[in-house]
Design a protein around this ligand. Structure first.
Ligand code: PLP
Length: 363
């Protein structure tokens, strides 16, 4: 079977470095908010070109805390897209706000900026564009609308570590950028982890309090906070892996080129790269009308595929309460039925990618 993702191959390729980094944390025996986390925050913000970075427990918590730090509160609305991980909307809900879904661009799977203004109400506080599948949303029009209506922009960069928009790394464009270090992300640890980056000192300070129970120093709680900290073991792992990120993203790009060139079946629609940026190919998504049949065809030929995501968020049981009918986001709804994620991870071999393409071409 050619797997969708194989994390073991990556671990084996950098095993001594990872084992050494973890052993160092055990030897230091300092596990929460220490020098590994601080160093990783400095290194990751440096990599992106952001002023501050705050390590947290997951990408979901990064989004949640960023919304709270941005002042989103009970009764507010936050605009996002329905074709993300449902965690994006959970973060909005747990900030006590209501997610408002706008549809996506037909070519790039990201927020369609022409639909945002219609979704704005007096209660709208923020916009969360999602840089889905490793490709940036079209940020300039989103920023212009946010400025006009005085809205915060929190980027969901959970699938886009290192991706660029007009030469800038995503996550550094809006008021804050949120990253997930879930194991299979372009930069992932061996458990859950997340990070918020921002250039705003006040927001950074607030986030440092929020992630640590509201404490400025131990046992002195200035505000009501959460417990959401990136632990030292994960930070140490991520420091090792960050050094490889550009190389791994280049390997993903090379694999995407193989898929682009070798998949020739006219029934298949391949991804389109937007002219404004540089994607990092977190996932390689194809579309076809009879997706389930194609998935079965590929499974029978030893190719594992996934669907990101089979149900748009507004149609999930969890969001029955906001009662949004089919037709709320026609493009996202249609694509949920047609999309298929091909195997994509840096250690996938050229031969395997060619085999996947061949299996698709025989469909
Ligand atoms: C686009 C997007 N947003 C948010 C999340 C949530 O991140 P995490 O799983 O680290 O909480 C993920 C990953 O699952 C994601 O892909």
């Amino acid at each position: 079977m050619i797997p969708s993702v194989d994390l073991k191959r990556q671990y084996e390729s950098i095993k001594p470095e990872i084992d050494g980094a973890i052993a160092q944390v055990f030897s230091d025996s300092w596990f929460i908010l220490g020098k590994q986390g601080e160093s990783f925050e400095t290194e990751f913000s440096g990599y992106l070109g952001a002023r501050y970075a705050i390590g947290v427990g997951s990408g979901t918590e990064a989004l949640h805390l960023a919304l709270v730090a941005a002042g989103v509160d009970r009764g507010d609305e936050v605009i996002t897209v329905p074709n993300s991980a449902a965690f994006t909307a959970s973060a909005i809900s747990f900030a006590n706000a209501t997610p408002v879904f706008v549809d996506i661009d037909k070519d790039h799977y990201t927020m369609d900026p022409s639909l945002i203004e219609k979704a704005i109400t007096p209660r709208t506080k923020a916009i969360i564009p999602v840089h889905l599948f490793g490709q940036s949303a079209d940020m300039d029009p989103i920023l212009a609308i946010a400025k006009k209506h005085r809205l915060k922009v929190i980027e969901d960069a959970c699938q886009a570590h290192g991706a660029e928009y007009k030469g800038k790394k995503v996550g550094t464009i809006g008021d804050a950028g949120c990253f997930s270090f879930y194991p299979s992300k372009n930069l992932g640890c061996y458990g859950d982890g997340g990070m918020i980056v921002t250039d705003n000192a006040e927001m950074a300070n607030r986030l440092k309090l929020l992630r640590n129970g509201g404490q400025e120093k131990r046992y002195y709680h200035l505000i009501k906070g959460f417990n959401s900290r990136l632990d030292e073991i994960h930070a140490a792992v991520l420091r090792v892996k960050l050094k490889h990120l550009n190389r791994w993203n280049a390997q993903r790009a090379a694999l995407a080129r193989i898929y682009d060139e070798k998949i020739t079946n006219p029934l298949i629609i391949k991804p389109i790269t937007a002219g404004y940026g540089k994607p990092v190919h977190h996932l390689y998504i194809i579309r076809t009308r009879s997706r389930n049949a194609l998935q079965e065809h590929l499974t029978a030929r030893g190719v594992q595929t996934l669907i990101h995501y089979p149900i748009p968020i507004h149609r999930q049981d969890a969001y029955k309460d906001i009662n949004l009918p089919l037709g709320t986001a026609p493009v996202a709804e249609e694509y949920a039925e047609c999309i298929l994620s091909l195997p994509m991870f840096p250690e996938l071999t050229t031969g395997e990618a060619e085999q996947v393409a061949q299996a698709i071409n025989t469909y």
